[in-house]
Design a protein around this ligand. Structure first.
Ligand SMILES: [Zn+2]
Length: 398
């Protein structure tokens, strides 16, 4: 047996959807999961975690680490364009003053609470070193915004042991990137994930439809930054219609937010295999609503969870996103929410099997939530709702 092998056990081990085990042992070595078994493995150091839930490391499928210095933004209050104006006005100065330190602190917080992997939107690449240093695997989505022709760096995934440092392509949104450029970016993404914000705000919907006061304000905001509506080559009156007509929807595309999607839009995403990432606290704070989760699940859309940035969320805890979603949609099965925060995010980032599940060959770390003794059905609800007996933590980082 490898002397570096460590075996973890807890009262409950959730290996993935439909796979909850009592007092199972998870063997890890070098940051990789080597197996799950009923009896303690011979020759490995043993760590008995006691009452609580051991689960795959969480996947935060959408954040913007490099905006971590923007916590001084006034809380969102349902006015999306006003929030955008604040973001753009504060961004350069605030980030120059405290951006790098805030990004490092945010990466360390992610590492501490059981987050294994992030989908991180970037315009600079500056968060990549902080994430690697903290031991958090990352798909860094280099985001294109506006009409510029400068291409993002070539996409590709690189592993250093169990730590992934991936580069992928993102377009900001169909209201801020011209049609031809969206198509070129999607082509560049190839078989790796392609991320874009979609149908987030009322303002975006009105802008795409060419009507409404909030739409006019968004149009003025974009025009003041050199992007005219006529440059976008709009082919549909909705964000989803635009990306669909441009051929951007397939199983490699990750749409983020979807707050303004209609229940019937679930069929479009499901047929294309496109994943949708909800950012519950940001969505509720900025827009007062969430994507039609139940319709998406019923149609079979792969759902992921993200925090969005510290400019619209109070912290980058995916645990608190799960709790916010459970509170906003109390009818959702807790296991469905856990799946969104693990396997759903891994699949959305093209990493199913490598993250989001406890199985041989998966990368660590694991996450552990201490819980009071409870029967299994109540225990999953307590874990998701944040009724923990102590702070959640990471285990087995390579
Ligand atoms: Zn975002």
């Amino acid at each position: 047996m490898n002397p570096a092998a460590v075996a973890y056990t807890a009262r409950w081990v959730w290996c993935g959807p439909g796979d909850l085990r009592e007092n199972a042992w998870v063997l890890m070595a070098g940051g990789w999961v080597r197996g799950v078994q009923e009896r303690p493995p011979a020759g490995a150091e043993r760590v008995e975690l006691g009452q609580g839930l051991l689960l795959p490391g969480l996947v935060n499928a959408h954040t913007h680490l490099e905006l971590s210095g923007l916590t001084s933004l006034a809380p969102p209050a349902g006015d999306f364009v006003a929030w955008l104006e604040q973001l753009v006005a504060l961004r350069p100065d605030t980030l120059r003053v405290n951006g790098a330190a805030a990004t490092r602190a945010a990466a360390a917080a992610l590492a501490a609470d059981g987050t294994a992997l992030v989908g991180d939107i970037t315009n600079t690449g500056q968060a990549r070193a902080a994430l690697a240093q903290a031991g958090v695997s990352a798909v860094s989505f280099f985001e294109a915004l506006g009409p510029s022709k400068a291409p993002p760096p070539p996409p590709g995934y690189e592993w250093q042991g169990p730590l992934l440092s991936g580069a992928a392509v993102a377009a900001h949104a169909p209201y801020s990137v011209p049609a031809g450029r969206l198509q070129a970016l999607k082509r560049q993404a190839g078989d790796l994930p392609f991320c874009l914000h979609l149908a987030e705000s009322r303002a975006e919907m009105e802008f795409m439809a060419g009507a409404g006061e909030q739409g006019r304000r968004l149009e003025a905001f974009l025009a003041a930054r050199g992007l005219q509506r006529s440059q976008l080559d709009l082919r549909a009156a909705t964000p989803l219609g635009q990306v669909q007509s441009l051929g951007l929807l397939d199983q490699h595309t990750l749409a983020v937010h979807g707050v303004q999607l209609r229940p019937e839009d679930a069929r479009t995403l499901a047929a294309a295999g496109t994943s949708l990432c909800l950012c519950p606290r940001s969505n509720l704070g900025l827009t007062g609503n969430l994507a039609p989760v139940e319709a998406m699940l019923a149609a079979g859309v792969n759902l992921a969870l993200g925090t969005d940035s510290l400019a619209s969320a109070p912290d980058l805890s995916l645990w608190r996103e799960m709790a916010a979603l459970a509170a906003a949609r109390p009818g959702l099965d807790p296991e469905t929410i856990l799946a969104m925060a693990t396997a759903g995010g891994a699949r959305a980032l093209g990493l199913a099997g490598r993250f989001g599940a406890i199985r041989s060959g998966a990368a660590g770390p694991l996450a552990f939530a201490p819980l009071a003794p409870l029967p299994p059905e109540q225990m999953l609800a307590a874990a998701v709702q944040g009724r923990h007996a102590g702070p959640p933590r990471s285990l087995g980082r390579g």
